[in-house]
Ligand binder design. Structure first.
Ligand SMILES: [Zn+2]
Length: 201
């Protein structure tokens, strides 16, 4: 009986782990059996870290980045130029751009990209919230830093059509980021060049 329950717990863990991105069934199995052997304290740490990342973080009500204070540190900072907003698809793209240390403006996280093939429309990402932010007339440049792939380009074109009539300068990260890649995986040198070399859309 006990053996059956244990096996059930292990297969439950394997099932949950294999839902994570980049973790196939084999890796899930390996991780599960590894976790079975770690000290209970370590397992508890991991479980608590997973729970608290959900409980103690929220989205910034201004830029929609993940934060534990609202507005987030970037939105609150007086060191950042409020005249520039850089549009990214995911919060982790901000990490990549901040890592270069070259950008001093604000951000806006769309939480996705327009994808007609996957049924993701403009209303499914945070475009309306962006348009609301642009109403105050403080923003003079919007930098489109969506991924250099089909969905990212579609989204950039859509945003350009909405934003350029407002008299706001719209720029796009320079080519040099290989097409089909994602921003979060770009290296610092490539990203720095892409930001510095950004061009009118
Ligand atoms: Zn923010």
């Amino acid at each position: 009986m006990n053996q059956i329950t244990t096996a059930g717990a292990v297969s439950r863990l394997i099932r949950e782990l294999s839902k994570l991105p980049g973790i196939g069934p084999k890796s899930a199995q390996r991780l599960a059996y590894y976790l079975l052997r770690v000290p209970e304290e370590q397992a508890r740490e991991l479980a608590e870290a997973m729970l608290s990342v959900r409980q103690e973080t929220r989205l910034c009500s201004v830029c929609f980045n993940v934060t534990d204070s609202d507005p987030c540190l970037v939105c609150r900072s007086d060191q950042r130029d409020p005249g520039k907003i850089c549009i990214v698809e995911q919060p982790q793209d901000i990490l990549a751009l901040e890592h270069t240390g070259i950008y001093d403006g604000l951000y806006h996280v769309l939480h996705g990209a327009i994808s007609p093939t996957e049924g993701v429309g403009a209303g499914d990402v945070r475009i309306q919230e962006l348009m609301n932010r642009l109403q105050d007339g403080l923003v003079s440049e919007v930098i489109l830093a969506t991924n250099p792939n089909l969905e990212g380009e579609t989204t950039a074109m859509y945003l350009n059509k909405l934003i350029s009539p407002l008299g706001i300068r719209v720029t796009r990260l320079a080519r040099g980021l290989p097409f089909g890649t994602e921003l979060e995986y770009a290296d610092d040198v490539t990203l720095t060049r892409a930001i510095e070399g950004r061009q009118e859309f």
